[in-house]
Write a new protein. Sequence first.
Lengths: 143, 143
Amino acid sequence: MSANSRLTVAAHALTWIGLYQRRGHEVATSEQIATSVNTNPVVIRRLLAQLRKAGLADSRRGAGAGWTLSRELSTITLLDVYEAVEPGPVFALHPATPDHECVVGHGIGPVLGTVYDGVEAALRAELARTTLEDVLRDVLNSA
Amino acid sequence: MSANSRLTVAAHALTWIGLYQRRGHEVATSEQIATSVNTNPVVIRRLLAQLRKAGLADSRRGAGAGWTLSRELSTITLLDVYEAVEPGPVFALHPATPDHECVVGHGIGPVLGTVYDGVEAALRAELARTTLEDVLRDVLNSA
DNA sequence: CTGAAATGTAACAACATCAGTTACATCAAA
DNA sequence: TTTGATGTAACTGATGTTGTTACATTTCAG
């Protein structure tokens, strides 16, 4: 499976902002976050823009600009982050429409689709069990 | 997420072979299966080769060649198929090693890894609930 | 022992996605 | 007005997926 790291980087960024604010700072810059994640600031800004659209982060422009959390870490689950940054489903049906004359070709799409819905639901339920507060706590405990 | 259709096509192929054998035929050819799936026979052969490696299918060469199931449809779950054709995990950690000087950069990898393990487990448990016999039954009932 | 029909597999093209990067317009506080 | 950050388009390189062609290999039938 072509796994991507958007959920990882997005969770990392939000957790970093949360800790930074908790330490008394107003805003976090994409450059600071990028240093911690070890990537380019534009990658961070692109992801945070999606998180802002989902109501998880906010940005200020101009001098003294940067990013803040829109919600407490304890109210943001990994499912929220997942939904903000992962558009598509995990499994895809056929690339080309199968042969409708064939019984299997005709019926298997909806059947597998139902199964895939169940898989997505299980995946989401699992992600919903962890908040970013949990993540930060475990991170600090692991130090 | 870059969803692929390998699980779909592989399940389709195995179900097709199962039904074909149940109707009294010895072997199924990659061309017949490809017609039902609406793809190229080589795509089917590549996937079936992986399924053979996993002990789910077998092939005969030469004249009168083709594919057979190694196990009954009722003993093959979608998890078996998933494990045969999907190598990687669903979520990836960081593309580049994060900053180890940073508390978050240092600790978040293992924490998210644990969460991702749970997600994978939930996904697998869900896939394990459905056998190809279930799929075939639902396909035939939907006709 | 030869031909036919299928698998086995390499090689390549087309397309999409992801991560990284550069460049630059835009904005707002000091 | 300067400054330091965001906003965003555009491009690159790497990689993965699907489809396709080509051809060697295998084995049965006759």
